[in-house]
Design a protein. Structure first.
Length: 252
């Protein structure tokens, strides 16, 4: 959802204004202060994707790199967070600078190229930012309002897990499986997302994302994406998903 706003708003707003208005990142990424986990995430700044000057930033993980063992190994987490997510952050900053340079020169063909690059990098940054908070080191399960919404929209929690697992495993090439909330239909929806930005639904607020790029699992799981996805369901933080849904409901 980010790339449309980026392309349009850069025509009429300067960089700092655009980023401060928060059009890149959905409100659902900002967690409420309703739990110790939320407070820890906010204090650590993990849900903040830009600094006060509008530059894209990657904040520290809220846990150690060995925290998700044995489901996600320490080396993979280090490489994933540092070089893949970190690379997207660096790329987004470069893209923004190149867009500004191109616009200053009235070179709209070149600005179009960098806008496409930025769609990829910023979407990666947003989804990875959500991804790290969606994980914990113990098995949890949805309850309360989240469970009621799941049962209303999918029939049961087991059916949701089955659908989300299938969608995640069958993404063509690299991409994501996404559980999101659609405000205009008041429904939870499951999406495939190729790369970081394709095949999404406009308006869907991501609540839970499953990274199925090979860099997320290849060291431990080799080419067995399905095994990785199945294993990941052991460490999904459904409390985090519930908090994100509660925020999404408030902005409906």
């Amino acid at each position: 959802q980010t790339y449309f706003f980026i392309h349009q708003k850069l025509k009429i707003m300067n960089r700092k204004q655009f980023l401060q208005n928060g059009l890149i990142l959905s409100s659902a990424v900002i967690l409420p202060m309703s739990s110790a986990f939320s407070q820890s995430v906010l204090e650590g700044g993990l849900d903040k994707i830009t600094d006060e000057n509008g530059n894209f930033v990657q904040s520290p993980l809220p846990y150690s790199e060995s925290f998700l063992e044995p489901y996600m190994d320490e080396e993979t987490l280090h490489l994933h967070y540092t070089y893949h997510h970190g690379g997207a952050v660096n790329g987004a900053n470069k893209d923004m600078a190149k867009i500004r340079e191109a616009l200053d020169k009235n070179d709209f063909d070149l600005s179009d190229y960098w806008t496409q690059k930025m769609a990829h990098h910023v979407s990666s940054h947003v989804l990875h930012t959500i991804f790290w908070t969606n994980l914990t080191n113990q098995k949890t399960a949805p309850n309360g309002d989240l469970l009621k919404q799941i049962e209303k929209d999918f029939g049961s929690f087991d059916k949701l897990q089955g659908l989300l697992a299938k969608i995640s495993k069958s993404v063509t090439g690299s991409g994501w499986g996404i559980l999101g909330y659609q405000p205009y239909s008041d429904q939870l929806v499951v999406l495939q997302c190729e790369n970081h930005e394709k095949l999404t639904h406009w308006g869907v607020i991501p609540l839970l994302v499953i990274d199925v790029w090979e860099h997320a699992y290849y060291l431990k799981y080799k080419n067995k994406r399905a095994d990785f996805v199945d294993t990941l369901f052991n460490i999904i933080n459904w409390d985090n998903v519930a908090e994100r849904m509660n925020v999404a409901l408030k902005i409906r």
